[in-house]
Design a protein around this ligand. Structure first.
Ligand SMILES: *Cc1c(COP(=O)(O)O)cnc(C)c1O
Length: 369
C-alpha cells in the first residue's frame, strides 16, 4: 500500500458521527447560506484568537484577496512578500491588480528574512504580507516597525499556521488582518474549501462582509462598491465548528509525529526543521533538506512512499509570473532551497508503525547514497 504524505481517512473514521451530524444539522436548519453555522463559527474562531472580528469566506486565496482589498490595496500598489510560498499567496496579490515584491528567506527556517523588508519598501508599497510557512511564525516585530514607519498595512498569511505561536502570541493576532485557509490538508481543515479573515478594525470587518456578499450589506440590497460572491459554505462552517475544539489536539498529535521523526532521523545527514527562537511549530508540513533530494525521492517511490515538495518552483520562476520581471538568481536562498527540500508524511492520525517504516526506509536510502 502506498504511504501518502497526507491522508484524512483515519481521522474521518474516528470523527464520522460528528461530521455527518454537522451535515444533518445544516440540511435540516432551514437556512443553507450564511446561517447559524457560519455566524457561529465566525464568533468561535474570533474568540479562540481573542480577536474582535472573523469573516468567513470561501477559500484561503479569497481570504487574502478580500483582505488586501479591505485594507485598501489598489491596482498598481506593491505588496512585499516571499517567493517561497504556496502560489495562491501571490495569485491573490495579482488578482487585485497589485504587484508582488519578493524578499529572500532565512536559510535555516525558510521563513521571510525580515531584515530585507525595509529595503524592499518603495513609494508604491501599501502592504506587508508575511507567510507563516510550514507551521511556524515569522517574527512580526520588525515588520510592525517598518509598517508603522511607512504607514503600511500588515496582513498575515496564516493558511499553514492555525494555532502556531511566537513568544506565546497566536498567529493571526498581530497584524491588521490575517487570512486563513481551511483546505482539507491544513492544520484546521474542512471537508472541502473554506477560508476566513481575522480583523481588528470594525470598518475593515464591515468592508470584508460586503466584499464577500457582492458588495452589499447582508440585509440591504444596494451595491456601493462592487464586491464578489465569496461566502463560507454553511456545511463547511458547521464542520469547522465541530473541529475547532480539537485544534489543539490535532497540533499535539502533529508535534508527536515531528518528535518521532527528529529522534528517528538524527545523525542521518538529513537537515531537519529548524525552530526559530520563541516559536511553537504546528508542523503543517515536515520539511527536510538534502542536496541529493531527487535521488532520495526516486528511491522512496520504489518503496511506495510518496513524498511531496513544498515548493519545487519558487513563485517568481513560474511562467505565469514571468511578467513580473524578477530574474532567476535574484533570490538565491529561495532558489537553492527549492532543489533540496521535500516533505515527509505528516498528519495527526499518522500511525507510528507507518511512520517507522518511512524512517527505516529513509535511513537505508541515506546510508546507501
Ligand atoms: C493553502 C494556502 C493558501 C490558499 O488557500 P486555499 O484555501 O487553497 O485557497 C494560501 N497561502 C498559503 C501559504 C497556503 O498554504
Amino acid at each position: 500500500m502506498t504511504t501518502r504524505v497526507w491522508d484524512y481517512l483515519e481521522e474521518y473514521a474516528a470523527e464520522r458521527k460528528d461530521i455527518l451530524d454537522a451535515v444533518e444539522t445544516v440540511f435540516s436548519s432551514g437556512r443553507l447560506v450564511l446561517g447559524a453555522s457560519t455566524h457561529g463559527f465566525e464568533r468561535e474562531f474570533a474568540a479562540y484568537h481573542g480577536m474582535p472580528h472573523c469573516v468567513g469566506v470561501d477559500n484561503g486565496t479569497n481570504a487574502i484577496k478580500l483582505a488586501l482589498q479591505a485594507l485598501g490595496v489598489r491596482p498598481g500598489d506593491e505588496v512585499v512578500t516571499v517567493s517561497n510560498t504556496a502560489a495562491p499567496t501571490v495569485v491573490a496579490i495579482d488578482s487585485v491588480g497589485a504587484k508582488p515584491v519578493f524578499v529572500d528567506i532565512d536559510p535555516d527556517t525558510y521563513l521571510m528574512d525580515t531584515a530585507q523588508v525595509a529595503s524592499a519598501v518603495t513609494a508604491r508599497t501599501r502592504c506587508l504580507l508575511p507567510v507563516h510557512l510550514y507551521g511556524q511564525c515569522v517574527d512580526l516585530a520588525p515588520l510592525r516597525t517598518v509598517a508603522a514607519e511607512h504607514g503600511l498595512a500588515l496582513l498575515e498569511d496564516c493558511a499553514q499556521a492555525h494555532g502556531a505561536r511566537h513568544d506565546g502570541v497566536l498567529a493571526g493576532t498581530t497584524g491588521d488582518a490575517a487570512a486563513f485557509s481551511f483546505y482539507p490538508t491544513k492544520v484546521l481543515g474542512a471537508y472541502g474549501d473554506g477560508g476566513a479573515v481575522l480583523v481588528r478594525g470594525d470598518d475593515t470587518a464591515a468592508r470584508l462582509r460586503r466584499l464577500r456578499y457582492y458588495g452589499m450589506e447582508e440585509r440591504y440590497y444596494v451595491v456601493e462598491t462592487p464586491g464578489h460572491n465569496a461566502r463560507l459554505d454553511e456545511v463547511q462552517a458547521e464542520i469547522l465548528r465541530r473541529k475547532l475544539p480539537r485544534l489543539d489536539a490535532y497540533v499535539a498529535a502533529r508535534r508527536a509525529v515531528a518528535e518521532r521523526y527528529a529522534e528517528g532521523l538524527a545523525g542521518t545527514g538529513l537537515v531537519l526543521p529548524a525552530l526559530a527562537p520563541g516559536n511553537d511549530h504546528v508542523y503543517y508540513v515536515y520539511v527536510v533538506r538534502h542536496p541529493e533530494r531527487d535521488r532520495i525521492l526516486q528511491a522512496l517511490r520504489e518503496h511506495d512512499i510518496d513524498l511531496n515538495i513544498s515548493y519545487p518552483w519558487p513563485v517568481h520562476t513560474m511562467s505565469g509570473f514571468a511578467g513580473l520581471g524578477v530574474p532567476a538568481g535574484s533570490l538565491p536562498v529561495t532558489e537553492s532551497l527549492a532543489g533540496q527540500i521535500f516533505s515527509l508524511p505528516m498528519y495527526p492520525s499518522l500511525a507510528p508503525a507507518v511512520q517507522d517504516r518511512v524512517i527505516g526506509v529513509l535511513r537505508e536510502v541515506l546510508a546507501a547514497l
